[in-house]
Design a protein around this ligand. Structure first.
Ligand code: UDP
Ligand code: MG
Length: 314
């Protein structure tokens, strides 16, 4: 008999967590397999913790990991994968934007295709701002043009992964984890599953602009060295502009079509332009050094305070 796990990160989800549990349980009830739900409480400051404990008290198939503070969505999912011993795992959000009712269909597809990964592609997204949809679209396309790995567009972390992929994922040593990227990177047989993303059941998004930006930066810095070569290209452009201007002003002086004495504007513009190029270049370098700094510290991705119905590996 196969064992199936559902991994659910939650941060301040008191408004949805009970309903979310009921719907997930219902969706799993038709399956012939052994099932478990792993909730990762990512340092919630509302009632999520108590609600989860109550659920785990009644349902021993519910495992809970409580973090010592809010570490973020990606560390929460990482903890779920690290502590999952199932044959197949499905990563899903707590807010029901990704309907758990699709789980049986996803499992079906996996079995039919003998796939290692089923990544769920959003055909449409309800109840999300135009800005969020547009920025996501733009971001995924930009990532594909910059990264060495190709990522499927319009996907989140809602996906099924098998034991092989989980084992490979657990071997990855990097600490800044952009999970959907890493799972693409792992390879094996990956198949899309198309669905309609619904709007949040209740509560509000736990992904404010700042967190979105951080995730995007992790994706970019960990999967692409293009910004470094782009910074260098910018340097070359600046040098070429400098040479062209030098020739222009020299000729202008000789043939009298440019009066360099009144050249205040050209001097200031040049200073600002080259200053800007240098700051951008140093800034890009700085971002990568920041990544090295974090990786060298090698702090754990998360700290677990306590667990329910689960003993922690290692
Ligand atoms: N989440 C988390 N830690 C965080 C932020 C979010 O565990 O610091 C969880 C959240 O509870 C939800 C999932 O990650 O289950 C996705 O968050 P949300 O639905 O708020 O993001 P959105 O769908 O708006 O992008
Ligand atoms: Mg959501």
């Amino acid at each position: 008999m196969k064992k199936i796990a559902v991994i659910v990160p939650c941060y301040n989800e008191e408004a949805v967590i009970v309903e979310s549990y009921k719907r997930t349980r219902q969706a799993l009830s038709s399956l012939p397999d052994a099932v478990e739900i792993i909730y990762i409480n990512d340092g919630s400051r509302d009632n999520t913790k108590a609600l989860l404990d109550e659920i785990a008290e009644k349902d021993k198939a519910v495992k809970i990991i409580h973090f010592s503070r809010n570490f973020g969505h990606q560390p929460a999912v990482t903890a779920g994968i690290n502590n999952c011993d199932a044959d197949l795992a499905i990563i899903i959000d707590a807010d029901m934007q990704d309907p758990p009712e699709l789980i049986p269909d996803i499992l079906h597809l996996q079995e039919r295709e003998k796939a290692n990964v089923i990544y769920c592609v959003r055909k449409s997204r309800d109840g999300e701002s135009v800005f969020k949809r547009l920025s996501a679209k733009l971001f995924y396309r930009m990532m594909n043009s910059m990264s060495e790995v190709q990522f499927p567009v319009d996907t989140g972390d809602f996906r099924l992964i098998d034991r092989k992929v989980m084992d490979e994922f657990n071997r990855l040593k990097e600490h800044g984890k952009y999970i959907r990227g890493l799972i693409s990177w792992v390879g094996f047989k990956q198949i899309p599953f198309y669905y309609r993303r619904e709007s949040r059941l209740a509560g509000e998004t736990k992904y404010p602009f700042k967190k979105m930006l951080k995730l995007a930066a992790t994706a970019l810095l960990y999967f692409s060295k293009k910004p470094l070569s782009m910074a260098m290209s910018l340097g070359f452009v600046a040098v070429i502009v400098g040479i062209v201007l030098a020739i222009w002003f020299t000729l202008g002086k000789i043939y009298g079509f440019s009066n360099a004495e009144t050249g205040w504007t050209s001097i200031i513009l040049t200073v600002i332009f080259f200053g800007g190029v240098q700051l951008i270049t140093v800034g890009v370098l700085g971002q990568y050094i920041g990544v090295l700094f974090d990786e060298i510290k090698a702090r754990p991705d998360y700290i677990i305070e306590e667990t329910r119905n689960l003993t922690i590996n290692g």
